[in-house]
Write a protein that binds this ligand. Sequence first.
Ligand SMILES: NC(=O)c1ccc[n+]([C@@H]2O[C@H](COP(=O)([O-])OP(=O)(O)OC[C@H]3O[C@@H](n4cnc5c(N)ncnc54)[C@H](OP(=O)(O)O)[C@@H]3O)[C@@H](O)[C@H]2O)c1
Length: 288
Amino acid sequence: MRLLVTGANGQLGHAIDAALEAKDAPAAYVDCVVDWVDLPDLDISSASAVDAWFVAHEPYDVVVNCAAFTNVDGCEADFAAAFSANALGPMNLARACATGDAALVHVSTDYVFPGTEPGERLETDVPAPISAYGRSKLAGEGLALAANHRTHVVRTAWLYGEGKNFVRTMLRIGEGRDEVTVVDDQLGNPTSAADLAHEILRIALTDDYGVWHCTNEGICSWADLAEAAYEIAGVNCRVRRCSSADWKRMNPQSADRPAFSALKNGHLESTIGNQMRPWREALEDYLR
Ligand SMILES: NC(=O)c1ccc[n+]([C@@H]2O[C@H](COP(=O)([O-])OP(=O)(O)OC[C@H]3O[C@@H](n4cnc5c(N)ncnc54)[C@H](OP(=O)(O)O)[C@@H]3O)[C@@H](O)[C@H]2O)c1
């Protein structure tokens, strides 16, 4: 098996690496050959660069796209850059995959939903993003699915792993302060990059193409997540809860985020089984 992992230096890229090395990696990956690539060696938003990369390498069986412009507020400020990385990028990869008959696993987000309805969102629910990041990611999903019939779109949420993420930021700033202010009226599913990587390797082995939701189980707010991280890590810092409206007043340039964007792993449940565990258990493992 030959794999290409794009965006390999990011949180999920690192987690895929660790998942392939782990003892419980699916057997199909034993002896697989993996090419790892990130900026500046391959910019997925350049069609010619993607095509040249695929011509220069042996044909791939599976391409896992972890590359993205993930700075949600940054996407608001530069939609052209967001669209290039998050929409044109997956389209370029999907086209190249289709030419070489490779499967594509493209990673997307809960932020494709507006977050205005109660209840966890299923793969069949209609997206309607409220941010530039969400719009660029939704465009990427559609373009990737249209360009290669062997595309898996895996939506995840509130990811933490090796790299910059909310949990790490909270721990860093919490070490030096008595109190931090965190939004408590946005609800979602914190998700371990390690757990997601494991599921992605299983999804990639199926021919059940289409959209998959893949998050750790359970729902909480950003404030709940910060409190849990402090409690588990033994950091003595209080969480002062604020509303999204208060946060927006303090940070007027920040992007709007869904109030309720929890996902249900319906596709996993109805096919290969949902192995995603409760978010707090995964967080404890991460912080250990
Ligand atoms: N992080 C979250 O909370 C979250 C939540 C839901 C969904 N997701 C999705 O999950 C996936 C993985 O996220 P992550 O947290 O692992 O992201 P990450 O840590 O930000 O890593 C993304 C990687 O992609 C690279 N990259 C950016 N633009 C690129 C381009 N045009 N060509 C090639 N590489 C490029 C980045 O390089 P630079 O660092 O140099 O820019 C970085 O190494 C993404 O699709 C993201 O949208 C993430």
